[in-house]
Ligand binder design. Structure first.
Ligand code: FAD
Length: 284
């Protein structure tokens, strides 16, 4: 299908982009890579009168790894993220997960900011950012604020971001320890039927800390504190993994759709989390 008519804007800096959002209110929407928004417009699921393209806004680009913190500009593409060696050393979980997003064509254009701002539970980066303890910087006419990824998602396509705010960057700590992103999908390039991100640290043969989040198993990404708590202090053996899976299953709320019925998704979620924990533990 062809999208309905819109006016195209290409601001050269952040202030101009925010000015356009303020001027056009509900009618305006930013576009980053367009790989989620354009299909929605073509399907007429999104009607946008004014499209504000962020490609020329230099402030939204670049990756820095400094003093134990990582900063990723919202307009960094998945391909740029995968190709950044410093980032892969600092937070290897990010590269592992990004390589499982869509296909190279999508990853060359789709951005990290678009992935986390979109509010689609099928996107892989939101759960990942919750697992990593990331925060998002939002800039709007009222100023700048930081929002934790764990508090950003309210529902299907509903986030903490106001319509006139732009997500400018993502900040997260360097992630030491074992990690894994496991994703089950129907075919290469597909969104997850279920996916799980796990970060673990080990001390004296026991789990010293853990963080666990899931993708596409609820209308929001789910950071499961209970699942992580079931592992901490354990030897990460079968009983602890079983307890973590049970706790995660108590936190998710998958719905029946073309990826399968609820019971199938819950089963897959358990298998995927078990695999992710085993791989993270082996790397810790
Ligand atoms: C065939 C195909 C397969 C895919 N498979 C996967 C997959 O397996 N996993 C996955 O995670 N994704 C997948 N995607 C989605 C892809 O990763 C998208 O590129 C991504 O979700 C959105 O990034 P974008 O830069 O394209 O954002 P856009 O489509 O430009 O924008 C998405 C939404 O976010 C808003 N937005 C964008 N940037 C900002 C910003 N800086 N501040 C505020 N709002 C912003 C836009 O207004 C829009 O509402 C797939 C896409 C396709 C086409």
């Amino acid at each position: 299908m062809i999208p309905s008519a819109f006016e195209y804007h290409r601001p050269g800096d952040l202030a101009s982009a925010i000015g356009l959002l303020t001027d056009h209110g509900d009618e305006a929407r930013v576009i980053a890579g367009g790989h989620s928004l354009i299909p929605m417009m073509k399907l007429r699921m999104a009607a946008v009168g004014h499209l504000v393209d962020l490609q020329a806004v230099a402030e939204l680009k670049g990756i820095t790894v400094e003093g134990g913190r990582v900063t990723i500009g919202a307009m960094v593409t998945q391909a740029e993220l995968i190709g950044h060696e410093g980032l892969a050393r600092a937070v290897p979980l990010l590269r592992e997960a990004a390589l499982q997003i869509a296909d190279p064509q999508v990853r060359y254009v789709g951005t990290v900011g678009g992935n986390v701002a979109n509010g689609d539970p099928g996107n892989d980066m939101p759960g990942l950012m919750q697992c990593l303890g990331a925060s998002f910087t939002l800039v709007g006419p009222g100023g700048t604020r930081e929002v934790a990824a764990r508090g950003f998602y309210h529902g299907l396509y509903a986030t903490e971001r106001a319509d006139d705010e732009i997500l400018t960057r993502i900040t997260l700590p360097v992630a030491a320890g074992g990690y894994a992103y496991e994703k089950q999908k129907r075919k290469i390039g597909d969104y997850a039927t279920a996916a799980a991100a796990v970060l673990l640290t080990k001390s004296g043969g026991k789990v010293a800390s853990a963080s666990i989040a899931t993708t596409n198993l609820s209308d929001v990404p789910v950071w499961s504190e209970a699942a992580a708590a079931a592992l901490v202090g354990s030897d990460c053996g079968a009983a602890a993994v079983k307890a973590a899976v049970a706790a995660m299953l108590g936190d998710i709320d998958p719905q029946k759709d073309n990826r399968g019925p609820i019971e199938f998704k819950r089963h897959v979620a358990g298998v995927i989390l078990g695999r992710a924990i085993a791989r993270a533990w082996a790397r810790a």
